[in-house]
Design a protein around this ligand. Sequence first.
Ligand code: ASP
Length: 346
Amino acid sequence: MRHSVSVTSLALWLAVAFAWGWSTPVWSDDAPVAIAIHGGAGTIDIRKMTDTERSAYEDALTAALRAGHERLRAGGTSLDAVVAAVTLMEASPLFNAGVGAVMTWDGRHELDASIMSGADLNAGAVAGVSTVESPIRLARAVMDQSEHVMLTGAGAEAFARSIGMVPVTNDTFTIPRRREALERVKRERNGQATLTDLVAPHKWGTVGAVALDRNGNLAAATSTGGMTAKRWGRVGDSPVIGAGTYADNRSCAVSATGHGEYFIRYNVAADICARMRYGNLDVREAGRQVLFDELLPNGGTGGVIIMDPAGNIAMPFNTQGMYRGSIDVHGKLTIGIHGGSEDAAG
Ligand code: ASP
């Protein structure tokens, strides 16, 4: 009996250890890590971009990639990595998120952001916040410290204050270029557009990141000021889980940029992951189908960054350009702005 008890306990112990081994990822220094980011898609005319402008974007993208990648290499989570990368881009006036966000018709900023964890499908989002310095940090806090997924407007700001985030004034986010863009759109809509207004580049500029950590967990994050001259109260795809952001360890992590109304209607981020999960497509084909077969023929323009659990990366866009970059599982850093494909294999 004694013997049979100890055999039973051994069998039990082995069963538990086996089950634990299956469900608990094994951390290893060699486990692959990878990160990809975007800084918006749209009409980015290469002939109008000076070398100085180009290198400013390249430097900002590189800094954001490195910030995220450092976390991953140090054993940090993919959630920490995407927040680190997106926070830096929110602080940069080059992108349409945080400082440098576009303006509403009324000349204010209303910011949206979301984050998702591929390990457990946990998510957090904020929409229409106007005094929160880093919307992505607030989205993370909604995920980690509240029982909700999305908070909006005054409620989101009250929550931010309740967890000790110090409010900033709305004009903290204003840069002259965005005010000029608003005035240009207003002239266009009033039928007073000049030739310069009509040929002015149209770009989206949202920022986002996807990452894979040493535990094999994916995460995605997106942050934006939305679209120039949007109505107050308008919410785009960026804070909508499934539209602008999605992460699921069983398929992929996606962050999107583009004409948000289309990305919501076509449920872009979740659709890409679903095609991978149920249709066995790879990152490249899933992204191509959704951007070029679904969105483009129906008028939806923009781009996405996609990463699968092996660290394979695709960064397709159906616009002239997309600010983007990645550090793949081999540590190779790639930055791109205009056409061309820098998909990376895991
Ligand atoms: N997708 C964003 C929105 O519609 C805009 C962008 O990507 O720049 O709010």
